[in-house]
Ligand binder design. Sequence first.
Ligand SMILES: Cc1cc2nc3c(=O)[nH]c(=O)nc-3n(C[C@H](O)[C@H](O)[C@H](O)COP(=O)(O)O)c2cc1C
Length: 187
Amino acid sequence: MTISVKQAILERRSIKKFNGQPVEKQAVLEILDDAKWAPNHGNRQPWRIVVAAEDKLPQLHALLRDLAVPKWQELSEEALAAQMQKFTLAGAYAFVLVTEDMRQKERLEDYAATSCYLQNAQLLAWEKGIGTCWKTPGFLDNPKFREALNAKSNERVISMLQFGHFDEAAKAGARKEVADFVTEFGA
Ligand SMILES: Cc1cc2nc3c(=O)[nH]c(=O)nc-3n(C[C@H](O)[C@H](O)[C@H](O)COP(=O)(O)O)c2cc1C
């Protein structure tokens, strides 16, 4: 399916309820490759991505359980499975890291460029019929999690990007009218 850029932007929604269908690693890699055409100052391409898909998912789920489900050992199997659904129903993951430049201007630019990269990935996935959600859970900064991603001291993990299939389209949150956030210069 080919959709226009406008359609992709207007119709993409963050998917928060996936249906558990896996997403092929190859599809994720294609999306991440195309997304690299994001604008970025100095062509520094400040992003790095760690992908978990297919056979890597059980290992990731175990880590997410350890980091994000308090006292999981004390839960029944069913209660644990219910709490883990927000992780296990996604079909693949991309963790997006940005290099943190010592210089403030470059650091802001690099964060902005990596955000552009991320939206590209979300729109490209949408075109393929794959939903995404950019999430920023607290454990992204957890040393144990950073170690699992081999994050260097100058890298910040800015997104857990979940990919997945879904049965119901998510509702759009209302947006302001353009006149509410655009004014004319000099007015
Ligand atoms: C920087 C950033 C962080 C986000 N973090 C989360 C998150 O931690 N959990 C979540 O459910 N959604 C998260 N979202 C998704 C937003 O909730 C979502 O984009 C917003 O509700 C608008 O919905 P839409 O993307 O469907 O238009 C994040 C989005 C961005 C851009």
